[in-house]
Design a protein around this ligand. Sequence first.
Ligand SMILES: Nc1ncnc2c1ncn2[C@@H]1O[C@H](COP(=O)(O)OP(=O)(O)OP(=O)(O)O)[C@@H](O)[C@H]1O
Ligand SMILES: C[C@@](O)(CCO)CC(=O)[O-]
Ligand SMILES: [Mg+2]
Length: 385
Amino acid sequence: MEVKARAPGKIILSGEHAVVHGSTAVAASIDLFTYVTLSFATAGNDDSVKLQLKDMALEFSWPIRRIREALSSLAAPSSTPTSCSIESVKSISALVEEQNIPEAKIALASGVSAFLWLYTSIQGFKPATVIVTSDLPLGSGLGSSAAFCVALSAALLAFSDSVTVDTKLQGWSIFGESDLELLNKWAYEGEKIIHGKPSGIDNTVSTYGNMIKFRSGNLTRIKPSMPLKMLITNTKVGRNTKALVAGVSERTLRHPNAMSFVFNAVDSISNELANIIQSPASDDVSITQKEEKLEELMEMNQGLLQCMGVSHASIETVLRTTLKYKLASKLTGAGGGGCVLTLLPSLLSRTVVDKVIAELESCGFQCLTAGIGGNGVEICFGGSS
Ligand SMILES: Nc1ncnc2c1ncn2[C@@H]1O[C@H](COP(=O)(O)OP(=O)(O)OP(=O)(O)O)[C@@H](O)[C@H]1O
Ligand SMILES: C[C@@](O)(CCO)CC(=O)[O-]
Ligand SMILES: [Mg+2]
């Protein structure tokens, strides 16, 4: 019995951080995925849960009796998404520590904890092997944590009584609307273990795909009426979303008034940006004019992110470099390093794009051009895809 799930990463076009404090944000899925394969032992003599992080060349294994002993108070499996209690967080941390993750890869510990919570909550104490691979750079602002939690929830739910899926379906298939809602809620519980206080935008866009507007847990689907091309530059400066989100919250506690104006401004920027993307181009408002407005809004959003304290010298270098070519950029995701978006206007020549990429890469950055707005989470039975 085997199922493979894939969930996309994302870019945030406007509103990161402010969305944690109730502002509107706009995000889109990208065609870079995290894949999770779940298989249950058939022979019956393997009595452990194994997690293989293939890209990292790491493998973890827990005997079922050890998991059962550590999480004895858990009423597993559960059909409704539940938060990991402080007591369970401690037990799970002990299970993760026993695996002796190398110091250089210790950031993975929170992902492994999220895995143990989602696995035991949805599947209970059942032996299995879970294999994870990803196209996404981890901890870089492209939603790797959310894609991991969404793909994991999808694979685990596919073999649970909580959802109705046809295991005989061939190729990649999608979940029904109510199953997606359940899956998204489970993924959010995983994100909480990794992020501390996530808004839920990352797991939501990874679940539903396409482009969304998100505010206080509610999503509105956006139908773009114009092509949108973004260059994604990975500064390769590592950072972690949990610490950056906590930093903004601390600044908000110190300066509540000033920060509430910043968050309100971001809310207006996101709404305006969503309107521009959706409104049809007409003779008097050409695609170019719309792109110019988007560029201005991206610059304004970046200024406010600087105000929140989440920019970084490497991000500023990308901004300066792209500005030389009259291109507008903003950080995407949690900032503090990670990835930067640059709008590539539709009339921009390939020569200019190549020059910008060459200059950014000469600074040691890595440039990606990903497709924007594709499908959300999908599953495939039988391991054929
Ligand atoms: N494929 C994966 N395997 C295991 N753990 C993962 C994987 N992808 C993400 N994680 C977990 O998520 C952490 C990175 O999450 P973090 O939220 O800091 O960055 P991000 O999600 O890539 O960026 P952002 O939240 O800004 O979009 C990793 O350190 C790890 O714990
Ligand atoms: C920084 C943040 O706004 C986006 C991270 O991609 C955090 C969140 O919304 O959970
Ligand atoms: Mg994340």
